[in-house]
Design a protein around this ligand. Structure first.
Ligand code: AMP
Length: 321
């Protein structure tokens, strides 16, 4: 995850819940992609380390367990850069120019000059990030599948030159759709429509009250639409009381419930869900050095694995003195 801001509910449903579950089955490596943050934010690097530690506090609060998973920071394992460099020797530039997000982001983020080698090479650095741990599976949303397909091609090309040295990674699709934000666009920091994992209960109540709902329903006695309505998508994602949710949906469709009741019950369910995370986050925040220790320890562990891979890679490339 890139440390470019505070984490929000989109990160919880789109990544962290899955990360937590995967720990049961896999030997997981989760990292703060601080070099990837530089690919777009190279002009303003000061907040990156603060976001990095803040994000890791959220991961741990959400259930990512540093005893079971390796939690680390990319730039503390400089071998990622070495593998990236070696990969860059064999990868034709057009492969990178063809990645759909490359042109899209350049067009969207017009306030930034993204005509850099770092930005073009982003998917190659991602390939190194995974291959350096012999990563077999990468938990991603469907938007990341083209990047992973490229990673597989890059690994194949590298192996063609140097023998069977790197492992081809497979996508492990995260089984959730995109969480909408308060305004029904995708929840994203850049749209200012987020509920953050660090928001207190009053902020959640206030934000839920502002949420976009069925615009045709100007009065509580007009039948409303539940499908595609973000308030009900949130009820489905965050309210474990399915009987209450079904009752609200039925009455909403019939025009027998006001938005205030629907939203009040949603905010209450969300705060109940967030409270244990807030509590864990508070415990973590009481020992600010603890998070730093976790990422330093995790990065040491990650580095041992990365160094072993690079020994193999240097042999394969015949750079041995
Ligand atoms: P970002 O901070 O936008 O780079 O997102 C990091 C990861 O969090 C993404 O790859 C998704 O897995 C997840 N994510 C972010 N926003 C959302 C959202 N609104 N809905 C679902 N998943 C999200």
């Amino acid at each position: 995850m890139r440390p470019t801001g505070r984490l929000h509910l989109g990160h919880l449903v789109g990544a962290l819940r899955n990360w937590t579950a995967l720990q049961e089955q896999y030997d997981c490596f989760y990292f703060v992609a601080d070099w990837h943050a530089l690919t777009s934010d190279y002009a303003n690097t000061a907040p990156i380390t603060g976001y990095a530690l803040d994000n890791v506090a959220d991961w741990i609060a959400a259930g990512v367990d540093p005893e079971r998973s390796t939690i680390f920071v990319q730039s503390l394992v400089p071998e990622h850069a070495e593998l990236f460099l070696l990969l860059s020797m064999v990868v034709p530039i057009p492969w990178l120019e063809r990645v759909p997000t490359y042109k899209e982001q350049q067009e969207q983020l017009t306030e930034k000059d993204l005509s850099t080698i770092g930005f073009l090479g982003y998917p190659l650095l991602q390939t190194a990030d995974v291959a350096i741990y012999d990563g077999r599976f990468v938990p991603v949303g469907d938007d990341q599948v083209p990047h992973l397909e490229l990673s597989r091609e890059v690994v194949r090309r590298f192996n063609q030159h140097y023998g069977d040295v790197l492992v081809e990674p497979q996508p492990l699709l995260t089984p959730v759709s995109r969480l909408p934000g308060l305004d029904n666009r995708k929840m994203s920091k850049s749209y200012g429509n987020t509920i953050d994992l660090s928001d207190d209960s009053d902020a959640v109540v206030r934000k839920v009250r502002q949420m976009y709902t069925d615009p045709k329903r100007v009065r509580a006695d007009i039948p409303g639409t539940v499908e595609g309505n973000p308030v009900f998508m949130y009820h489905d994602a965050f309210n474990p009381d399915t009987a209450e949710v079904e009752d609200l949906k039925t009455r909403y469709r019939e025009g027998k419930v006001g938005d205030v009741e629907v939203k009040t019950k949603l905010a209450k369910a969300m705060n109940t869900m967030l409270d244990p995370m807030r509590e864990r986050r508070r415990e973590v925040a009481e020992q600010p050095e603890r998070i730093r220790e976790i990422v330093i320890e995790g990065s040491k562990k990650a580095r041992e694995v990365a160094q072993a891979t690079m020994e193999r890679v240097r042999d394969a490339v015949k750079l041995r003195y």
